[in-house]
Design a protein around this ligand. Structure first.
Ligand code: BGP
Length: 501
């Protein structure tokens, strides 16, 4: 029987983002962010989720004039803003060692342009981090998780404007100075590679403003350059405040397999994977790789750089590589004629060996082990799985949810992480996505539930907001307290819910 190879200091935990959990979108001086424009559209065809993320100037104007929170559920979230103490208590009783949260830029700087931060925003995060420290939960903090100020989209063209780099660094400086006593692990940009999947949310680019696709692509690469630069400059700022704190990049790991041994399929998969690595390559190696320079030349893309940019990128690189992992992809030269599956705002050829989630995402635990090995072998830096989980339709009965499917999902994934550690990968920790039910990033639903804790709320914002531990809550508690050993022993007992608090 396999044993647990998880190191003693392994950071078992959970992850949420401000815009999907906090709510309180216009409370205590918070400004509007791009997340406040994301609508919930009932009965939408899953294939159209992507279109929801492509927002026009007219939609932005409309969203700014309405506070219909049933239509914009992220604005209410799960009210973590007011209930965080209750939630942290639940996490602490579960034994969580780490919680990934993000800081809403608009809570500190409502438009992004103020010179003095909003003291109520600072007080909220200071209290949050203090409480986490008190409970022995290590904060892992994302500086930008799909929540840039809407003002910067409307008045600066988002990250296309170089001034946004300075405004973001002003925000980072305040975060590091104010929260440094409580926070030792930071992440810069969530899923920085998602920039082409949903540019509005990632870099504040409204594609409609550009004459054609080519101009929009040029703008997105410019915005991306500014984020790479901002990642390096944020690292520089952090080092000034605390030389021992660690900062990481964050990518969506979407490993692609060739459908067949046809070398053309293998090449396609390799190209896809290389593109997926481009973003972390930039933040780890600190320079544009030759393959991207060639792409820019052949596609007539001109990224404007200032003198000194290249040195900054090179000098301030990240300490670790973090990633989200939900599904894998399949590549084939005959792609057009094949059955497809959707997920994570992208599509793939269906993998005949894998099952899919309720939302069609291909579930692949072994792919996680392969990804861990690939990432570690490429970068030789510690790796951190900061998002993974299954969005499912839960049934709430008798005050709980019997979510054996979630237990199986995590059990399978944790075991693969354990094997990757045995294979020599330095894994810092694992924060499961949406450890408490939150509003989905892509669909704005809460019925797409990821949590170990159920929140009494429906897609139209109706409910008491009360929290209820699911069976998986007790199961994960046991995994944490045995440092993974229960995965190979008494996990069945834990799964039945016999281990109550
Ligand atoms: C990632 C995002 C998260 C998150 C997760 C699950 O891409 O970083 O914010 O929500 O995916 O996606 P969804 O909420 O769309 O199911």
């Amino acid at each position: 029987m396999t044993k647990s190879y998880f190191p003693k200091n392994f950071l078992w935990g959970g992850a949420i983002a401000a815009n999907q959990a906090e709510g309180a979108w216009n409370i205590d001086g918070k400004g509007m962010s791009v997340a406040d424009v994301a609508q919930y559209k009932p009965n939408i065809d899953p294939k159209d989720y992507v279109s929801q993320w492509h927002v026009s100037p007219a939609q932005i104007q409309k969203a700014m004039q309405t506070d219909d929170t049933t239509y914009y559920p992220k604005r209410h979230g799960i009210d973590f803003y007011h209930r965080y103490k209750e939630d942290l208590t639940l996490f602490s009783k579960m034994g969580m060692k780490c919680l990934r949260v993000s800081i809403a830029w608009t809570r500190l700087f409502p438009t992004g342009t103020e010179s003095i931060p909003n003291s109520k925003g600072i007080a909220f995060y200071r209290n949050l981090f203090k409480e986490m420290n008190r409970l022995g939960i290590e904060p892992l903090v994302t500086l930008a998780h799909y929540e840039m100020p809407l003002y910067l989209v409307n008045h600066y063209d988002g990250w296309v404007s170089r001034e946004v780099v300075d405004l973001f660094i002003r925000f980072c400086r305040v975060c590091f100075q104010e929260f440094n006593p409580y926070v030792h692990y930071w992440l810069t940009f969530n899923e920085i590679d998602s920039v082409f999947r949903h540019p509005f949310t990632t870099v504040g680019v409204v594609e409609e403003k550009y004459a054609n696709k080519k101009e929009a692509e040029q703008a997105i690469y410019q915005a991306l350059h500014h984020q790479f630069l901002a990642s390096a400059l944020a690292t520089k700022e952090l080092r000034k405040v605390d030389s021992t704190a660690k900062i990481g990049c964050m990518m969506t790991k979407t490993l692609a397999y060739p459908l067949t041994p046809n070398p053309e399929d293998a090449l396609l998969a390799q190209q896809y994977n290389r593109n997926n690595y481009f973003y972390a390559d930039m933040q780890v190696f600190g320079a544009y790789p030759q393959y991207m320079k060639n792409y820019f030349n052949s596609h007539d893309i001109h990224v404007q750089m200032h003198q000194g940019d290249e040195e900054i990128l090179k000098q301030y690189t990240v300490d670790f590589v973090s990633f989200s992992y939900y599904m894998t992809m399949v590549k084939s030269i005959d792609e057009d004629h094949m059955e497809k599956v959707g997920g994570n705002l992208t599509t793939s050829v269906k993998n005949p060996y894998l099952e899919t989630s309720d939302w069609g995402w291909q579930v692949d635990p072994v792919g996680l082990r392969i990804s861990l090995i690939d990432i570690y072998d490429r970068y030789h830096l510690p790796v951190f799985i900061v998002e993974n989980g299954i969005g499912a339709k839960d049934t709430f009965v008798d005050g709980t949810v019997h979510d054996d499917y979630r237990i199986k999902y995590f059990s399978d994934h944790f075991k693969q992480v354990n094997l990757a550690i045995r294979d020599g990968v330095d894994v810092m920790g694992f924060t499961t996505w949406g450890c408490i039910d939150i509003i989905s990033a892509s669909t704005s639903q809460i019925s797409k539930r990821y949590g170990f804790v159920y929140v009494d709320l429906d897609d139209l914002g109706r409910g008491t907001y009360d929290r209820y531990p699911k069976d998986s809550y007790y199961w994960y508690k046991r995994v944490i307290e045995t440092n993974g050993a229960s995965l190979y022993g008494d996990s069945k007992m834990a799964a039945t819910g016999s281990l109550k608090l």
